[in-house]
Design a protein. Structure first.
Length: 274
């Protein structure tokens, strides 16, 4: 037993793909088992006075939404609208953070100029941006995209800055010895070397934006997965639909994250050797 425990808790040893999949399934299966145990029996005896639906009730609600048997809810349009909002906010955040983050990581005085604002954004509660963006952009689509963009900037700018700062000075000193100019240092050394870490930061920034979609769509949204959750909560307390939509948001985020990971492996194949 001791040998088995020592082997399980070995530090940074390679784990085979099949073993990794099996280990990853264990907490999911455990969670399903707990869910089944809490919701079995008549609704009056369930945990939380029946507010927690059974897994089969969630599956049935999801099946009706996916097959369009529920004509009052268009889950496909809602998912596409949510993805569009998050993507637009992400693109705006990326367009702002990439040049500023690279400049901060490259030039010390730009860092000194922008770091107080960056620190302010880092410690700003994201939820407070909802009323602020409503007062600035109204309650239409601009507010939803603006909220997601600002939330993305608060996360992405420090991450891009750190990725550039982590480039070892030995590369810069070597380039200076070979006669490189400032432009060459930035474009040929700092940006290429930090690109892989910056891409990982963008991957995480998109996931952060996706997790905030419910907050972005909770107020005055016409469509979207977050709006569907709010409607389901308000009309008859349809917890089965709410649970399915939450699981759907997680599933979509998982697929997008895997797509980012695959793209990263194609762009930076040398990282696969680590």
């Amino acid at each position: 037993m001791k040998r088995l425990i020592d082997r399980f808790f070995a530090i940074r040893v390679p784990v085979g793909r099949i073993q990794a999949i099996c280990l990853g399934l264990l907490p999911i299966l455990l969670g399903l088992a707990v869910w089944f145990s809490l919701t079995r029996g008549p609704i009056e005896t369930r945990h939380g006075s029946g507010l927690v639906p059974q897994p089969n009730e969630v599956a049935n609600a999801g099946y009706k939404l996916i097959t369009r048997q529920d004509q009052t809810r268009n889950i496909y349009k809602a998912a596409m609208d949510s993805l569009r909002r998050v993507s637009l906010g992400f693109l705006i955040a990326m367009a702002i953070c990439l040049p500023i983050g690279i400049a901060m990581g490259s030039f010390s005085r730009v860092q000194a100029l922008m770091e107080p604002l960056m620190t302010f954004g880092t410690y700003t509660p994201i939820a407070v941006l909802v009323p602020l963006t409503m007062s600035s952009f109204g309650t239409d689509e601009k507010q939803k995209v603006g909220f997601l963009a600002i939330a993305g900037i608060c996360y992405l700018l420090p991450a891009i800055f750190r990725s550039v700062c982590q480039v070892d000075d030995v590369f810069l000193q070597t380039a200076y010895t070979l006669g490189a100019t400032k432009r060459h240092i930035v474009t040929k050394i700092l940006i290429p070397i930090s690109a892989a870490d910056a891409f990982d930061a963008m991957r995480m920034a998109f996931s952060v934006g996706w997790t905030w979609i419910m907050v972005a769509e909770a107020i005055a949204a016409e469509t979207g997965l977050g709006k569907m959750i709010e409607v389901a909560r308000g009309r008859g307390q349809r917890s089965d639909i709410v649970y399915f939509l939450v699981l759907l948001i997680v599933a979509i985020g998982f697929v997008i994250d895997k797509a980012f990971a695959w793209t990263g492996r194609q762009l930076f194949p040398y990282r696969n050797a680590r």
